[in-house]
Design a protein around this ligand. Structure first.
Ligand code: PRX
Length: 653
């Protein structure tokens, strides 16, 4: 752990060195790892194309660094402790040796099923150790994993499979989530009707429900594993070979496949895990995210395993069987470092302290937050009731595209300030710019958050569409990576992320594009047009507010959001029923096309949308209505039909 920063002075020195001599800085860290062949040039980059390459011509396999490297000293150390959805089901513990052997076995299974270096493998799994095994086995054979969050619909799954032309799908019969089960294989079967690239499906048995197995295509995980040996020589890949694709929403309709490559991602997730959480060898680290998101990739799997840490993997949800589940598990497993999302903190805070008090939580040393701005109230509650005022809170800011944490306190080293992500980690060079792209310098300022120098795990491309990557991240401001976030730098030079400045929403820490949700709503046969905005939501951070124009037929049926009190009670209640049914249909459609997480919280039927003469929707006005801040709607004179605003305001939800 020679790269661990242990004092603020050391942070300042290290930071300075990392900015003055970035190549030398990362070079030294990269030497920690096992390489099949060392790199010959550390970095080559330009943000114009963009093209970023780290550790050029290095040859390696990341799983040798996650697994094999630890076997000599730590073969019997737990790598994964798995906590079931069912609180009474015993924990499963996989030591480094066991995880290594299982990964090797599954690598053989992948190979036996036709997977070769460079092939794309889609993984749509419950939060069980086999998900981690599948991910690492892909990396071991040199295949590119594309994990799709198991809460996504069959349509989202097939879109992602098609975009990356995945050859193989790893899934399970079903999954448990609180008191529900989800028939995963059924969803896969539906998705596979509109995909042609998948040749094999490997199915893990989790819920034991009867499922359809298509002969020749579908095989069982357990029978394939029985045939496989626990030895597999890790395939040599290049530093810049893709390790994985992870889809994320942007401001246009279609999610894009963010591509991360091998060596840079490895070096950066290793380094950030070690420092931000101040990893110690006896830690029990628990990140509550799902592996379907970047947080799970980087801080359940890769970051911890690269450090030889013990990582907890949780199948369930924070409120099952009750709102004390997180705290019960922390006590049961003696968790020392805990990493979760503000939305979970807010929802558990709302459940009341009676769910916290039964637990000691005295093993905790560091607690973290990720995915969205943490509000002051939640920060203090977390600090006082979970951290017992002794655990530093690391409010970590980063993105799917950044691969790892960029701005965050180093636990116990960086003095924290509620709601501030504080300072950039070594090697990270933030810059704030105004709308003209000019640097906003000095302190006590606000601007758009950009990065002016590449760190090792910056995204390399968006799968199959490099131009989209350039346009989205590298063309707004010349020679800068644009994050899409607004940010404040205070008098101490501390960074506070304000939120997205584009059409990306953050619902319970999940990223969704407004256009993506609108496209789904527009699939309803009676919807003519829709516009979606986010509004502040007590628990979810942001909620979704949809404004929907319906067709003539629906208006005739009374599907309009106006005062129902016409004096005819029967007609009014029938109309209300119709409206409720219609809104539920919209929610169902969004669930089916994207995921239940994308369901609009509020739906307002409108007769028109506030559009400029050139046809652009003025979302600013809709946002104000959704935020219930109608006192100052700003200039509406450029609208094609300003009267529409009055109607929208009058019937706001
Ligand atoms: O707006 C920022 C917000 O989440 C966005 C990235 O979302 P995603 O790619 O899904 O990754 C989430 C997990 C890393 C960012 O552009 N965000 C993330 N962390 C924070 C945050 N906003 C404020 N504070 C944070 N700590």
């Amino acid at each position: 752990m020679q790269h661990k920063i242990t004092s603020f002075e050391q942070y300042q020195e290290t930071y300075k060195k990392s900015v003055e001599h970035p190549e030398q800085f990362w070079d030294e860290i990269a030497h920690t790892f096992s390489w099949k062949k060392k790199w010959d040039t550390t970095l080559d980059w330009n943000f114009k194309e963009p093209s970023v390459k780290w550790f050029i011509n290095g040859k390696l396999n990341i799983t040798e660094n996650c697994l094999d490297r630890h076997l000599e000293k730590n073969a019997q150390k737990p790598a994964i402790i798995w906590e079931s959805n069912d609180i009474n089901e015993p924990n499963r513990i996989l030591t480094y040796q066991e995880l290594h052997d299982e990964v090797c076995r599954f690598s053989n299974v992948l190979q036996n099923n036709g997977i070769e270096k460079g092939d794309r493998v889609c993984i749509y799994m419950p939060m069980i150790p086999e998900l981690t095994i599948a991910v690492l086995a892909c990396a071991r054979v040199g295949a590119i994993h594309s994990v799709v969050f198991a809460g996504f619909s069959s349509k989202s799954l097939s879109d992602r499979i098609n975009d990356a032309t995945c050859k193989l799908l790893v899934t399970a019969d079903g999954l448990y989530r609180g008191n529900k089960t989800v028939a995963l294989k059924e969803i896969c079967d539906e998705a596979l009707q509109t995909t042609s690239s998948i040749e094999k499906v490997i199915v893990y048995k989790r819920t034991n429900e009867a499922i359809n197995m298509q002969i020749g295509r579908d095989v069982w995980w357990h029978s394939e594993m029985q045939k496989a040996t626990p030895h597999f020589d890790a395939v040599e890949v290049d530093s810049e070979d893709a390790l994985f694709i992870l889809y994320t929403s942007g401001s246009t309709g279609k999610p894009k496949g963010v591509v991360h490559t091998t060596a840079g991602y490895m070096v950066f997730t290793y380094y950030t895990f070690l420092n931000v959480f101040q990893y110690e060898s006896d830690d029990v680290f628990w990140c509550t995210a799902d592996v379907g998101w970047i947080t799970g990739h980087s801080y359940i799997i890769y970051g911890p395993l690269l450090n030889g840490a013990t990582s907890v993997m949780f199948e369930g949800i924070p409120t099952f069987p009750d709102a004390g589940r997180f705290w019960a598990v922390i006590d049961k497993l003696s968790v020392s470092k805990f990493y979760t999302a503000p939305t979970a903190i807010r929802s558990l805070m709302a459940s009341g302290l009676e769910f916290v008090y039964p637990y000691k939580l005295d093993t905790l040393k560091v607690i973290g937050s990720v995915g969205e701005p943490i509000n002051e109230e939640a920060w203090y509650w977390y600090h006082e009731h979970i951290g017992k005022q002794k655990c530093p809170i690391v409010d970590t800011w980063w993105q799917t595209e950044t691969g790892g944490i960029l701005i965050s306190p180093i636990a116990g080293v960086t003095p924290t300030k509620p709601t501030f992500a504080t300072l950039p980690l070594p090697g990270v060079q933030p810059i704030l710019v105004d709308s003209g792209g000019y640097e906003v310098s000095g302190n006590n300022v606000e601007g758009f958050l950009c990065m002016k120098f590449p760190w090792p795990s910056i995204l390399r491309t968006t799968y199959g569409d490099h131009e989209r990557c350039r346009l989205t991240y590298f063309s707004t401001y010349e020679n800068l990576y644009f994050t899409g976030d607004g940010c404040r730098r205070d008098e101490d030079g501390y960074y506070r992320i304000i939120g997205r400045v584009d059409d990306v929403m953050n619902i319970s820490g999940h990223r969704l594009g407004t256009a993506e949700v609108e496209n789904a709503i527009n699939e309803h046969p009676n919807v003519v047009e829709s516009a979606v905005v986010a509004y502040p939501h007590d628990i979810k951070g942001q909620g979704i507010y949809a404004f929907v124009i319906v067709d003539k037929q629906s208006i005739e049926k009374g599907i309009v959001d106006t005062d129902p009190d016409t004096g005819d009670a029967e007609a009014d209640s029938l109309r209300l029923l119709n409206i409720t049914a219609f809104k539920n249909e919209i929610r169902d459609i969004v669930s089916k096309i994207i995921s239940p997480i994308a369901k609009p919280d509020k739906i307002q039927i409108v007769s028109g949308l506030p559009k400029t003469r050139s046809g652009k929707i003025m979302r600013r006005i809709l946002r104000k209505v959704a935020e219930n801040d109608i006192s100052n709607l700003g200039d509406t004179t450029t609208l094609l039909d300003p009267s529409i605003v009055d109607e929208i305001v009058k019937n706001a939800q």
